[in-house]
Write a protein that binds this ligand. Structure first.
Ligand code: BES
Ligand code: ZN
Ligand code: ZN
Length: 491
């Protein structure tokens, strides 16, 4: 675990060994320019930047000696007053300059929101997962100094820390291998993370799930020796006028079940609980930020295994809202556990339902590994889309053509969970299946509860090199977007 300690100071500390001073690089009239604040960079003013490999592009970091054994880090992608580039630059610094005990941001910022974004990027980017490395060194905490005359309130630094914890705790859960993270242990981890927060945690075990008619969770979980769980984390502050429900796919391992995945496709499937980890940490952060909104996370936890007790292709199960599903493909399991979760969430008539899921390989094919797909009601999609933009995360609204729903018509049940042999529009079909489990706005209304579905099958995992505030591996993406959405809702 990479640790750090952040302070803001009106002037930069002296140059000392083990310190690095971060200077921005921009390009003016195709000439590289160094941009600094509160620090003397005269010792490097005659350097030939181009020959040193300095670039103005994001993620470019070149270290050059500074006085007294200190270093300057000349970091590209700097744009004064642009929160997205400052967040990204901060992330690059947090992710890469780990060999220094002290990091000093000595570049100009305009206001407090710039300061927040730079430090948020740094904190989110300063991450490592070494829980399973036997030679992991106890890294000493890095001290971060933002040298600026801009006034930064303590609450802003608290907010940075809340965002950091939300993203890092998500990555930690997602990275944990499935021999240690399974439905029961996930539920214990959720309780542990919730300790000290103003939330109530309710865990439904397999007996309660059976009594409650949660046929999706039970149907998916019954091939595993580790039974499923539904965990509800509720934050209900006094005076909240609106209610949001977050539902997360928490398949702690997805082998595909009896519709077994090929070896190569199975490898990353410990990530299949990213949605649950994301909604859990979003609600915990919403509670820590004391937002005036009633927010509940529903974690739909099961392990999808093939065995003598597993659901067979062709079996029919009944979900929480009474709808029956012919399971034509046991690898389309996310929608089965989410169906139960969405139905349960609907029962308390929230103003908005957001589900988060590594639902389809089709999402990855369509949008790649950095952009999530958004589906659902236009207004809800738009609200989440705006929140992703404000958070520097990437998503895109998909069309949601109702006629594709007919592909899931079953001869013997209310619907099938997948159309074997027809992968067309797979991401959209997954979304249309989920829609069947969204309840009505009220007992007397015919309108459905506003809902948005986020498919992050691609962006959950960064299988390339790190960039900005995103490491290799679990990204923790969209936690901050969900928090931003709740914030816009609380207003
Ligand atoms: N967990 C997978 C989706 C996935 C694929 C996530 C790749 C991350 C990377 C999901 O349960 C799944 O297998 N979906 C099937 C659905 C199909 C059978 C309708 C898929 O996408 O192939
Ligand atoms: Zn699957
Ligand atoms: Zn899955």
């Amino acid at each position: 675990m990479a640790k750090h300690f952040i302070k803001v100071a009106a002037s930069a500390p002296a140059f000392t060994k083990d310190s690095v001073f971060v200077i921005g690089v921009t390009e003016k009239a195709s000439k590289l320019t160094l941009v600094s604040d509160s620090v003397d960079i005269s010792s490097i003013k005659n350097l030939d930047l181009a020959k040193l490999g300095v670039k103005s592009s994001p993620d470019s970091v070149v270290k050059v000696p500074a006085p007294n054994g200190a270093f300057f880090a000349l970091v590209g992608g700097y744009k004064n007053g642009d929160v997205d580039s400052l967040r990204y630059l901060g992330g690059t610094v947090g992710r890469t300059l780990n060999e220094f005990r002290q990091v000093v941001f000595a570049l100009p910022i305009k206001n407090e929101s710039d300061a927040f974004s730079l430090l948020e990027g740094y904190a989110v980017g300063h991450y490592s997962y070494d829980a399973y490395k036997s030679d992991a060194k106890k890294a000493s905490a890095q001290t971060v100094v933002l040298a600026t005359k801009v006034k930064v309130k303590p609450a802003t630094l608290t907010r940075v820390e809340i965002m950091r914890a939300a993203v890092h705790d998500t990555r930690d859960l997602v990275s944990m291998p499935a021999n240690d993270l399974y439905p029961q242990s996930f539920a214990s981890q959720a309780s542990k993370l919730a300790k000290g927060s103003a939330v109530t945690v309710t865990i439904l075990d397999e007996k309660k799930l059976a009594a409650g008619g949660f046929g999706g969770l039970l149907g998916v979980g019954k091939g595993s020796v580790r039974p499923p769980r539904l965990v509800k984390i509720e934050y209900k502050p006094t005076g909240a006028k609106k209610k949001i429900a977050f539902v997360g796919k928490g398949i702690t391992y997805d082998t595909g079940g009896l519709s077994l995945k090929p070896a190569n496709s199975m490898l990353g499937m410990k990530y299949d609980m990213t949605g649950a980890a994301t909604v859990l940490n979003a609600v915990l952060a919403i509670a820590r930020l004391k937002l005036k909104v009633h927010a509940t996370a529903y974690l739909c936890l099961a392990e999808n295994m093939p065995s003598g007790s597993a659901t067979r292709p062709g079996d029919v199960i009944k979900l929480r809202n009474g709808k029956t599903v012919e399971v034509t493909n046991t690898d389309a399991e996310g929608r089965l556990v989410l169906g139960d979760g969405l139905a349960l969430a609907s029962e308390s008539y929230p103003d908005l339902i957001v589900d988060v899921a590594t639902l389809t390989g089709a999402q990855r094919v369509a949008l790649g590994t950095r952009t999530a797909g958004l589906m659902g009601d236009d207004a809800a999609v738009d609200a989440l889309f705006k929140a992703t933009k404000a958070s520097g995360e990437f998503a895109w609204p998909m069309p949601f053509p109702e006629e594709l729903r007919a592909l899931l018509n079953s001869d013997i049940a209310d619907m099938m969970n997948s159309r074997i042999g027809n992968p067309s529009g797979g991401m959209l079909v997954g979304g249309l299946f989920l829609k069947e489990f969204i309840g009505k706005k009220s007992k007397t209304s015919d309108d459905l509860i506003p809902w948005v579905h986020l498919d992050l099958a691609g962006p959950a995992d960064n299988d390339g090199a790190g960039y900005g505030f995103i490491p290799k591996g679990a990204t923790g993406s969209y936690v901050r977007s969900l928090i931003a959405l709740a914030e816009s809702f609380a207003k």
